[in-house]
Design a protein around this ligand. Sequence first.
Ligand code: MBD
Ligand code: FE
Length: 311
Amino acid sequence: MSAKVFDTKEVQDLLKAATHLGGANGNPRFKQILHRLLGDLFKAIDDLDITPDEVWVGINYLNKLGKDGEAALLAAGLGLEKYLDIRMDAADKAAGIEGGTPRTIEGPLYVAGAPLRDGVSKIDINPDAEAGPLIIHGTVTGPDGKPVAGAVVECWHANSKGFYSHFDPTGAQSDFNLRGAVKTGADGKYEFRTLMPVGYGCPPQGATQQLLDEIARHGNRPAHVHFFVTSDSHRKLTTQFNIEGDPLIWDDFAYATREELIPHVTEKNGGTALSLKADTYKDIEFNFSLTTLVQGKDNQIVNRPRVSATA
Ligand code: MBD
Ligand code: FE
C-alpha cells in the first residue's frame, strides 16, 4: 500500500478538525503545536509506509512509557533534553552572552526541598559501605570574576549502586540522602561533604531500556553530580560534572558530557578531622561562573514538573 494521501484535502481537513485549528476557543499555541506534530506524524506514516501494526506498537509503547513514569527519562535518552541545551547555547551566542560555566541537562531525578545550610553541607545521611568519602567544593563567581554572596548551590547525585534517593527501587535511602543545598557567604564558597557516586543505568524492565534495546544502545551514564546554582542577580545555572576516569564519560546515554565539566579528582588525607568516614578522601574543586540577567530577567529558567519533599 503505497498510495500517498497526506496532501489530499480529506487528510488536511482531518488534521485541522482533529486539532480544532481555526476553530473557536482553546489554546491557540497548543493547537498550533499539536497540528504540526500530528501532521508530521501523519506525513511520516505516509512517507515511510508505516503499517497499522507498527502504529499500534507505538501507541501501546506510550501506555507502557506512562505506566513506568519514564517519559522524562526517555527524553534524556533520545537527546531531546540535550537538544534544548543546544538551542539555549545558540540563543546565548546570538545574544552575545559568553563565558560562564556551561549548562548541561537537568535530568529527571531532582527533588526540591533539600535542607539549606550556610557554606557547607554534609549530605550523606545513609551508610553506603561501597562508597568512599568525597568533598566537592568551589567558589561561585559572577561575570566580573568576583565571588557571589547569597548564591544557592543545590547538588544531587547517586549512591554506589547508581540509585538516587526518592527513586531508589531498593528503598535503601531516605528522602534527601545525597541531596543538599548550600548558601554562599561573602567569599562565594560552597562545600558538600558526601560519598563518591557511581553511574546510573536505566531500569532494565522499563520502557526506556526497551526502546534502547531495539536500537542496540545502552542506557547508562557515567558517574556524575548535578547542580543548580541560583542567585538573585544572575541567571540560574543547571549543570553537572562527570567523575574523571569513568569509562562512559564520552558514551553517556543522555549526552550530557562537556569538555569543561570533567574536573580533576585528587586524593587527600585529613578526612577524619572533618568527620568523614575515612581519613583518605577524594576532593573535587569545581567553580561556578554565573552569567548576568538579560534585561533584568532570568531567561533560562525552565519550568517543568519536579518532585518535591520536605526534609
Ligand atoms: C540520571 O541520573 C540522569 O542524570 C539523567 C539525565 C537521566 C537518567 C538518570
Ligand atoms: Fe543524574
